[in-house]
Design a protein around this ligand. Structure first.
Ligand code: OVM
Length: 361
């Protein structure tokens, strides 16, 4: 259907969303993946070389970033994530209540993910502000867009600075992108933009997933109990959390040609909203979609997207959430809400602004 207020098409069924994601020739990313067409309206930042790029350039850029995420690299991260998860949980155990958003959901990726990329330790709060700019920036230029951009210049400068070769830890993943400069594949500026992708996509998304996980288990103590009995279920639980809450709720594509989708004609050069969140709750695909069930057969959800633009960092995101949930499962028998939670109002992300819980041993 067409959303008249914004003059964009919208797909919300699982099959349609998935087919659009799998057909980047018709539904392209090069005109931006927010609501506005970056070929008609200047974007607020230089476009991403991954997210907002089509083949063939996308293919080469994606290969360069994939190379840094080798199985060996991922394996060595796991140990660090697990020890940091235990350290964080231990530090929170004796508090009467926990500010989930600040003390867990943001703090954990700001520590382990930023460490993994090799970002300097000071000023990392800029990464939360930047993610908020990136994802609110995909929506219409409403009050959320403007609020997110309030400090845009200083935050963007911090981020681009942090992406430079001489700012990066020589042992992190980020610096490895610069090997492609040394081999002549990218310029120094392009490498910095590629590192920027790690930082754009890697903090707020995971933070909202973590807060949503805590909320879901506070609301569904029997599901937490199931994980306690069989902690190996934590992997499937994370997929169900992503299906159910879908922190990255929507993404846009632009049609490259006239097409007919289930009998509806869409002309070329139109924006199409793909509702990942709705697709993940489509009753045509998921039996009882509004039931949160950590044992559900959940493979195939589109919480990480799908196809050539499917989340390149999904293994890292999984490891972060699994590590934190596993550490909690060892110590905590129940997660209780300590206050009325406050959802975040956001153009594209779903999660919490405020969430305070009690962790019961
Ligand atoms: C990027 C980027 C930004 C936001 C999200 C994303 C979900 C990627 O700059 O490449 O993937």
């Amino acid at each position: 259907m067409k959303l008249p207020r914004w003059n964009v098409w919208c797909m919300a069924r699982f099959d349609q969303v998935r087919r659009a994601l799998m057909d980047p020739q018709t539904f392209c990313s090069g005109a931006g993946v927010g609501i506005s067409n970056s070929r008609k309206e200047a974007p607020w930042r230089p476009p991403s070389m991954l997210l907002e790029t089509d083949p063939p350039a996308h293919t080469a850029n994606r290969a360069a970033i994939s190379r840094t995420l080798s199985p060996a690299a991922i394996r060595s991260l796991r140990e660090r994530f697990e020890s940091e998860a235990h350290r964080l949980v231990d530090s929170l155990l004796d508090q009467p209540t926990v500010d989930v958003v600040r003390e867990m959901a943001e703090a954990f990726p700001l520590k382990v993910f930023a460490d993994a990329i090799g970002i300097r330790p000071d000023g990392r709060d800029n990464l939360v502000a930047y993610g908020n700019m990136v994802f609110n920036g995909m929506g219409p230029r409403n009050e959320l867009w403007h609020a997110a951009m309030a400090n845009a210049e200083a935050v963007s400068k911090w981020v681009l600075d942090a992406c430079r070769r001489d700012s990066l830890d020589p042992n992190g993943l980020g610096i490895q992108i610069y090997a492609s400069v040394d081999s002549g594949e990218f310029t120094e500026e392009q490498a910095a933009l590629m590192v920027r992708s790690f930082l754009s996509a890697g903090i707020d998304t995971t933070a909202h997933a973590l807060a949503s996980a805590m909320w879901l288990f506070a609301e569904h103590p029997a599901q937490w109990q199931k994980l306690r009995e069989e902690p190996a279920r934590v992997k499937n639980a994370f997929e169900e959390i992503l299906r159910f809450e879908s922190p990255f709720q929507m993404v846009f594509r632009t049609t490259t040609r006239d097409c007919v989708i289930d009998g509806v004609r869409i002309l070329a050069d139109e924006k199409v909203l793909l509702s990942l969140g709705a697709a993940n709750r489509d009753p045509r695909k998921w039996p009882e979609p509004d039931r949160f069930d950590v044992t559900r057969a959940v493979t195939g959800h589109v919480g990480f997207g799908a196809g050539i633009h499917g989340c390149v960092g999904q293994m890292i995101a999984r490891m972060e959430v699994e590590a934190l949930l596993a550490a909690l499962l060892e110590e905590i028998s129940r997660i209780e809400l300590a206050d009325e939670p406050l959802r975040v109002r956001h153009n594209t992300l779903r999660g919490f602004e405020k969430l305070r819980v009690r962790l019961r041993r």
